[in-house]
Design a binder for this molecule. Structure first.
Ligand SMILES: [Zn+2]
Length: 448
């Protein structure tokens, strides 16, 4: 049994200029459509029971589809200027635009961004199927986030990605500019949807409306992340050099080992990791660290808690405590920090405390002699297993990373660390960053 809605009449009357509507014997006419029909002098006729349902196709001699008509679904023909057909055209165009950017990401070694945009393509295909079959959308996620989380994250990029809200500017990275264009195009798709599916205050497909809105939020999140330096293999670089993208292209673009590979840089300030017991010693029994914001590495966070470090020669105040708690307390310093404190820590990878120096950790309510806890963090690269496979690198491999700019530097013996819970970043400390005059959003090139 069908329902003849006011919207059906509006589209037929205003878009197709129809004055007479023929409906099946059991079709329900809503009160609103009855009023609309009366008001506009529209005739509604019921077919006699047993009559074959007549579509414009079967009404034509020979049953040939007229050139100006197209199928809305298996049973229904509509003129090509039907608003739902226009919407589907926009879906198709937007998918084509996404595929072009995905191809670029693959060419210039950004498999993660390619994967994210692949999810967007998949969502568009689901929207198309849901509209054509007139079926509800199954639950979905984008970027690993639910619709509610996408909205929350896009409203607070600072909280979740340590990235400010970003206005589009021509000097952003290529990845950010591509994502900004995709975000704008997703808005146009939403407008095409609104014209076809929103009547006054009534949305006919709330599920599709939500998906398109959150897809746009997700693209904005990716844009903010790209503007902050992620996915920057499509980037020109901060100092105007033609950077990673052209070099990757010049070396063939692919992801096989032996090619120069772009890597985003993050600078780590001095910080402390604490054991459960040491958190209680410093902040009181039963206290747990209060997360302030997430760090780039999944699961790691900056806490609200701050401590002072004291050595024989001096103090460093307001030092960040990172969570979660660890099996061993560890203080990560730059060589300048160690000089200020008057201690001599070894250069070690995080987690390796062999020969680590002693330091006193002081909180507002307690203090702790952290014996054998202080190290100078060795520069390293975080990769997931997928990243590593894609880049032809392996765990514990040593690589050289060149950072171009007004003070070009090549870091040697940088350790590759592969783990499932990581995000592709190279970590250096402030001494190293200053040596190379590296600011936010910079990237390096892993040399072949
Ligand atoms: Zn790290």
């Amino acid at each position: 049994m069908d329902i003849l809605t006011e919207n059906d009449l509006r589209i037929g009357y205003f878009v197709r200029g129809e004055q007479t509507f023929v409906i099946d014997p059991d079709t329900v006419i809503t009160e609103e459509s009855r009023i609309f029909a009366e008001h506009h002098g529209i005739r509604i006729e019921r077919r006699k029971a047993g009559c074959v349902r007549r579509t414009p196709e079967t009404a034509r001699p020979g049953g040939k589809k007229p050139e100006h008509m197209t199928n809305l679904n298996a049973a229904e023909l509509v003129p090509k200027n039907d608003l739902r057909i226009t919407f589907r055209g926009r879906l198709d165009t937007f998918q084509a635009q996404l595929l072009q950017v995905i191809a670029k990401c693959r060419k210039y070694n950004s498999p993660q961004l390619a994967a994210y945009l692949g999810e967007a393509v998949d969502l568009l295909r689901r929207v198309m199927a849901a509209d054509v079959k007139n079926e509800p959308l199954a639950p979905w996620t984008f970027l690993g986030l639910t619709p509610d989380e996408l909205r929350e994250h896009s409203h607070h990029p600072e909280k979740y990605y340590n990235r400010k809200h970003q206005a589009p500017e021509a000097d952003l990275s290529y990845a950010a500019l591509e994502l900004n264009l995709l975000r704008a195009q997703s808005r146009e798709l939403e407008m095409a949807f609104s014209q076809a599916f929103i009547e006054g205050n009534t949305v006919r497909r709330n599920d599709i409306a939500t998906l398109l809105n959150r897809l746009s939020s997700g693209l904005y999140i990716l844009f903010c992340r790209a503007a902050g330096g992620e996915f920057d293999c499509l980037q020109t670089g901060q100092s105007g050099r033609e950077g990673c993208s052209s070099q990757a292209a010049a070396s063939g673009g692919g992801s096989a080992p032996g090619k120069a590979l772009p890597i985003p840089l993050e600078v780590s300030a001095h910080h402390v990791h604490l054991t459960r017991a040491d958190v209680e010693t410093l902040f009181g029994k039963g206290h747990s660290l209060t997360p302030k914001r997430d760090l780039s590495q999944p699961g790691q966070f900056l806490s609200e808690e701050r401590v002072t470090l004291r050595g024989p020669k001096g103090e460093i105040r307001n030092v960040a405590v990172l969570g979660p708690e660890r099996p061993a307390t560890q203080t990560e310093l730059s060589i300048s920090d160690a000089c200020a404190l008057g201690i001599n820590p070894p250069i070690r990878l995080s987690g390796d405390l062999a020969g680590a120096a002693d330091v006193t950790i002081i909180s507002p309510t307690g203090s702790l002699e952290a014996k054998g806890s202080a190290i100078i963090a060795r520069s390293h690269i975080h990769l997931t297993e997928e990243d590593a496979a894609e880049m032809g690198l392996s765990n514990n491999q040593l690589v050289s990373v060149e950072v171009d700019g007004d003070r070009p530097v090549t870091f040697r013996d940088v350790v590759v660390r592969v783990s499932r819970k990581s995000r592709k970043f190279m970590h250096i400390d402030f001494d190293e960053a200053n040596a190379a005059h590296i600011g936010k959003g910079a990237s390096g090139l892993i040399l072949p």
